[in-house]
Design a protein around this ligand. Sequence first.
Ligand code: A3P
Length: 924
Amino acid sequence: MSTRRFMVWVNPGFTRMLSPKRWSVVKVFSVVVTIFLTWATVLVLSGSETIQRFRIKLIPSNDLIPATFNHKDLMSSRDLVNNLPTDDELVQHLRNQNAALDPYLSDKLGVSGLGGPSPLLEVPDMSAEVPSDLPTPYRKVLILVEDTGAPLVLTLGQFFGQQRIDYKTLATKAELPRLTSVEDNSPKYSLFVFDDFVSYLNMPESKKRVLDEYCSYYRVGILALSQSARSGEIELFSDLKLKIQHRMKLQHYKLEPSSPIWRVGKPSAEYLEQLPSQEWSVFTGSHPTYRPLAYSTVAADWDGTKMDVNVTKYGCVVAIHDIGMRDKIQKIIIGYDISFWLNSIVGMDAITFLSNGNLGLTLDRFLQVDVDDMFVGKTGIRTLIKDADAMAASQEKIRKIVPGFKWVLGFSGGSFQTGNPEEAKGDQRMIEIADKFIWFDHMFKHEQPHLLNATHLRQSMASNMEFAQEKKIPVMRDYMVTPHHSGVYPVVDALFDAWVEERGVTCTSTEEYPRYVPHWERRGFIYKGVMVVPRQTCRLFTHINTFDEYQGGKEELDISIKGGYLFKVFLYTPIMIFMTHMSNYANDQLAQYSFEHVTEFVAQYTNLRMQTPPPVAIAKKYFSMYPDEVLPIWTNPCDYNKHMEIWPKEKSCDHFPSFVIVGPQKTGTTALHTFLEAHPSLKSSKKDPQYFEEVQFFNNKNYAYGIDWYMKHFDDAEKGVMQFEKSANYFDNEFTPQRMFALLPNAKIVIILAEPARRAYSWYQHLRSHEDPVVMNYTFFEVVSSTENSPRHLRDTRNRCLKPGEYSTHLTRWLKFYPKNQIFLVDGDQLNKDPIMTMNKLQKFIAVAPYIDYYKMLRFDKEKGFYCLVEQGCLSPSKGRKYVPMDAESQRLLKNHYAPHNAQLRTLLTDLDRPHPRWLMTNT
Ligand code: A3P
């Protein structure tokens, strides 16, 4: 960086210090050293690329607010934008942000050493104790709130939710959760948020110490809002040298350009309107640790007598940055609700900065606006020639701000020129200027695919293409959309097959996965190779074609554009695909108006890099950003009316189980399944050629086949009959509880807990009987005693043998999704020795009628050594095998291995108020 770009404002305190009255030998010496070191610091820093990029600039320390609010000497906004760091550079920078802060300290302290102790002020060394290698990004936020039911909690949740930032909300008065992970002690949270700064200050000392130590050690910051004073209008925190004046009415808003936090926020932009509400807090800090982040001024109609004099004189600081000189914790406090759009911008940049770049990164905004139904619309509201031309003109205008922008038009040829004569000319005009736009095709007659059979569906697509060829419409092949999202989600196989086989479609978009609301929780998935990207809503629906028809009229539309709903979608959503319709471009040309103005507004106040690459590039970008979404989490169409409307009629909600035996393996799952099957009102899933009595849907590749595959395993409903399934691998599979809960939220879950060492040995014997190559070569002891240094195949076998028996871990995972009253725990010992009792209890739990007394159905078979069904006989010889008892060494090893897991299980069962299985009581 060149020295001339690195601006230093002389510290007035420093000037005072040079007064002859104060001189002494020591002071002269320290001043000389200070001057030298300051100069050296500037030289060092001026060579630093980091500093150049982040515009670290020093400001007067004796007053938080510059006397005159004059930014003409500061960096131009163009400089700032042109030099914005890339995302990677930002992460790197923020991770090393001590280096970025130290210039402040150097300036304040008059020392050059980066982070060295000050000869003038006792300020903590910002570089001390930083963990040498930072852990993998920990991307969670802990929000601490005064009252969990307050509306602000919802606002904060939405603020983080819309940015897809994982958060947890807790009452400030509750116990702090564990801040590091149990497994490896790594930090869990990368930011703490308080809905009221004062509640942070008022935390009980011991709790605050834990939080503060975590924050300073891991360089995790605190973001707080300031709420109205509990007592009076001015709060003075003299030990903090901070004053907060509440209940202010303000106008105008401006960011402080010298702050290093800006990324999304464009500091050159000024907002010259009245700010909402009379509940703003403004800050005055009299310590160099405080830096202003945003200013405002008192509203013209505000009652001046209530004001603090500094506020009138200098303007108001409405967001403040405490750079952590005293406690090594960076804090940003915002003087009003974060839902106000300028505060949202400050909040976003605060998140990135305070979390060391672990949260909220990209500045890229990919924008696609689909016009889903070109030519489809009622007479009287369709596009005319002027509207078609306005589409082309506004596209050009938007493109100046959003490189590559084009409207993406879907068409149904069957509706071409079906309006009045003027509208027919409008349609014709669209054809004449077709090559200005991107086109994708629909169904010819705008049919919903879930209502068509496979042949009809393909015919309709082919007819539309013939129409396109005849009209010379340049149709893009890889992107298609269906009317009313039909066939996309819930998926209709015939549609995906036709897309892939007939057209080579690789991407589409929908609002329906997993649900329509809330819009920020929509997600993407890939099915049969087609990338399905989530859409956003711009609130221009088919029936909203004039300003008056917009809910709240033009005024509301403008609010949405200027910092409201639509603006926020741009602010928070890196990949936006909006759905609009032909009539939104006719009449009052609402769509042109909305997108021209919103993109202008976004460009005016933010550094977001808007662009429109082709749809397939957008889809690829989406899945590169969110690779976890590739596989969908299937939900149940029967649970949601909107999905039922676009689900083929022949599908039935009967084809799902009421309860599921989830395992684990070798605990008696087959016995339980067989005994239940003998009940006249219970029906198991159909036998699968590959998995026999099991379905194995949620735990492996079958899940990718979709719910049609799963439903095929169940029959049509029979009155009074309950269906169920059993797959013993579900219990310990990482993904199953979440997936099962998404599809079967009301299902009851049956888990068998057998003594884990016995279970492990049974598993080993089972594999031996199947001549598994690994177990055939190793004794049981060799398997269970293998270590990290053992060959891979042996370690894998050991894990498969032992892991399912670590019951507390798996049960905890199930409880994250299913309420405890939907989970039934079977004592495996009891199932072996007294299945009659187990069956009778289980019947009550699943509430099956009629109740059958299993005493009449089961009898103990001495030869087999197990209970067998009176009518059907015993289980196959592969169940209840005879083998030599487990060796003593293995018994000892497994006892030790399972002891901590069993102890956790005991605690968990006690917490759940469930009886402990017999084997758990005797097993220490
Ligand atoms: P072993 O064969 O090692 O004795 P799963 O069906 O989950 O694979 O579990 C098999 C285990 O179920 C058997 O392990 C056996 O101990 C147990 N089991 C419980 N009740 C049984 C029964 N009535 N008949 C046969 N095995 C039973």
